[in-house]
Design a protein around this ligand. Structure first.
Ligand SMILES: Cc1cc2nc3c(=O)[nH]c(=O)nc-3n(C[C@H](O)[C@H](O)[C@H](O)COP(=O)(O)O)c2cc1C
Length: 184
């Protein structure tokens, strides 16, 4: 097999798709984001192009919500990725509920993380917000009896950039460590 070097291509897909909510000038704004990541066990990263309207709100309030998207929410979520809040009021795209700290969250999202900005990592053209998770709100129908998030039921929508597509969460292959763990 011969691998071809295709340059410094970003190849870390698929990613879970989220809608980030924040208050901009006191009004909820929603943006579709595929570039999210995990940092440790209590922080996540949201990478946003600098000119987005959302960035202004996040920097003003230091707060945002990260709403996991399922297939039901996908049409409105897609809209949140097609138009800027600078051009069109997106505040009514989703039914809004507010966290105790005032962060707007999508009422119908199965899982929402309410976050506070910890740091901003700047790269050319982008601001990546390092966010501390303050609270995670979960619909009961996507919780296991043990109180864990059940991703089989939730089926988060995934995103891949090269084909610019939304993907469905797939099947279970195996339990983690079931291949590698050697019993004594
Ligand atoms: C599938 C999809 C994924 C996107 N992912 C990101 C992303 O990770 N980061 C980003 O800055 N913009 C992303 N966008 C673009 C923004 O959602 C879009 O430019 C939006 O209109 C910006 O809204 P705002 O100006 O109200 O913040 C994505 C758009 C789509 C359709």
């Amino acid at each position: 097999m011969m691998k071809k070097n295709i340059g410094h291509t970003l190849a870390l897909y698929p990613t879970p798709l989220v809608v980030v909510g924040t208050l901009v000038d006191g009004r909820p704004n929603w943006v579709l984001v595929g570039h999210v990541g995990i940092i440790g066990h209590d922080r996540v990263m949201v990478s946003l192009a600098k000119p987005h309207y959302t960035n202004k709100g996040i920097k003003e309030t230091q707060k945002l919500s990260i709403n996991i998207i399922n297939e039901e929410l996908l049409p409105q979520a897609d809209r949140a990725g097609c138009v800027s809040g600078a051009k069109e009021d997106k505040s009514t795209l989703f039914q809004t509920v507010y966290a105790n700290n005032g962060t707007p969250m999508i009422a119908d999202a199965p899982v929402v993380m309410e976050c506070t900005v910890d740091d901003i990592y700047e790269t050319e053209g982008f601001e990546s917000f390092i966010c501390k998770i303050d609270n995670t709100f979960v619909e009961e129908d996507v919780l296991t009896p043990e109180g864990k998030i059940d991703y089989h039921t939730l089926k988060p929508v995934l995103f891949q950039m090269p084909g610019y597509e939304y993907l469905r969460t797939g099947d279970v292959i195996a339990k983690c460590m079931s291949f590698g763990k050697k019993e004594k």
